[in-house]
Design a binder for this molecule. Sequence first.
Ligand SMILES: [Zn+2]
Length: 252
Amino acid sequence: MSIPASLIHDLVIANRVLAREEVVDAYGHVSVRHPDDPQRFLIARSLAPELVGPDDFVELGLDGEPVRSGEDRPLYLERFIHAAIFEARPDVMAVVHAHAEDTLPFGIADGTKLRPVIHAGSFIGGAVPVWDIADHFGDTNLLVTNIAQGRDLARCLGPGSVALMRGHGFAAAARSVIEVVRMSVYLPRNARALMRAKQLGGGIKYLSDGEIAARNRGYRPYSPETWRTWEYWANNAGCGHLLTRPETPPGG
Ligand SMILES: [Zn+2]
């Protein structure tokens, strides 16, 4: 069960892009489900995403613990977010958790829901639920540090793509690494546009359900349009040399 080098490289690119695009800083992480064993996933050891390289990944089970005995490198405290989402959602192949500042107000204030207002924000879905760790776990340090908390978050995410985490950040889930990075980059931008529009006053025009559906129908992970963005971000993040484009793109 060897892991293709292209997948490892995609995961390095994802880490670097999320850092470069300021979705993550020293904190935040991205993971991918193991291509041969759906009961495992790959995520970096405890390291700032900008510094992650090909040798920094660990294989964890859906309980959030290392599958190899002797793995003694420090791990992300919040790896249970990923474990629980992979456990609850067989369709999900990649997960991001981040603290992007522009998303935070929407997890705190209940006056305005975070919904798509820009075309690239359509992938977050029509409504973004807010998970409050205090609902079931009382006073905590707000971090998701065990599988029970991860599962509670995964229940809030449900069949959706993104859940906000009150006073903390967000979790995003998608069918591929490219898709989850794209969503995580545009989520704060959508939030920023909505926030600024609110400052202008008057009503807000959200994307309609039909527009969201039309955007999703047209999306393909390796289409020229999607690839253009991935290639641009990877080069911008200094890791264009790690790009691998499949010869026969899955699903086009
Ligand atoms: Zn966090």
